[in-house]
Design a protein around this ligand. Sequence first.
Ligand SMILES: [Zn+2]
Length: 338
Amino acid sequence: MVYKKKVFKAAVLIKKNTIKILDLVKPNLKPFQVFVKIKYSSICHTQLQEIQGDRGIDKFLPHCLGHEAIGEVKETHKSVKKIKVGDKVCLSWIKNDGNDAGGSTYSDINGLKINAGPVHTLNEYAVISENRIYKLKNNKNLKSKLLLGCAMSTAYNTLHDEFNSNFTKTIVIIGCGGLGLSCVVMAKLKKFTKIIAIDKFKKKQEIARELGATDTFSSIEKLKQKFDIVLECTGDIEVLKSSFKFTKEFGGKIVLIGNYPKGQKLNLDPWNVIKGITLKGAWLDNNPFNKKFIELEKLIENKKFNSFFGQNIYNLKNINTALNDFRQGRTVRPLIIT
Ligand SMILES: [Zn+2]
């Protein structure tokens, strides 16, 4: 059945550093598309980079934004079999099983064409590809489950291989934004006994300790020894270079999950690698994330991550305040209620 909502608001990137709230018209659903009422959404550094033009030439302007949200399914195209109207869902950029419907196209009420990717979340409602949707097992802690759309799933995926390893129970996490703090949560859940978290902001160090970090530092340069596993979550190429000094030769690993601005290059002395340090990514396969998502939802089911969001709650109208607070480090993840 066609859902009655016809016009809804969305935060649209019009040009570099300019976001406007526009009234979009609901299009007819195409195969494998799902119409979702967004309830909670957030922002990560990917959106900041997009907004600031740090991801190269943006050929999709004007376009919708965001890739993590919690919502409720309001309408499905008849080709969609894996979810139904009324399902509570998490939206993510990470591919689930199901078909890829590609991006969406909207017009605003004045006829301006607006592009959108297969997932976009800074909207009251959105047309999403079925393979970017995860059906939630239950309604518990929906705000915290918002983090499953990006940071927490990336952290889980990153540590997944190391979870079953007896290699070490010590880990260094550089950068305590949403991703780094999610790694702290995962490291604690997987019983790492020494969790060293590094961030220049005192407040973020405090949150890291609340979440399970055993030691915190303001800079990687304060470390006094070398470690087996170093997670680089800052997206700062200079920090990445420094991380080699603090990773053990003959077997140490640096896992790269930070979000680096497009075009930056790593200038690396090959001897760093010859001496047995592995520099690796975390996305080691392209399999649908569904199985890991189910494990992860269960793992965090009773956890609340209020410290990620802080005191302020935003709505679409004050998206620019949310972005500003995020840039200034006043919130780890702005919670946007749509
Ligand atoms: Zn993200």
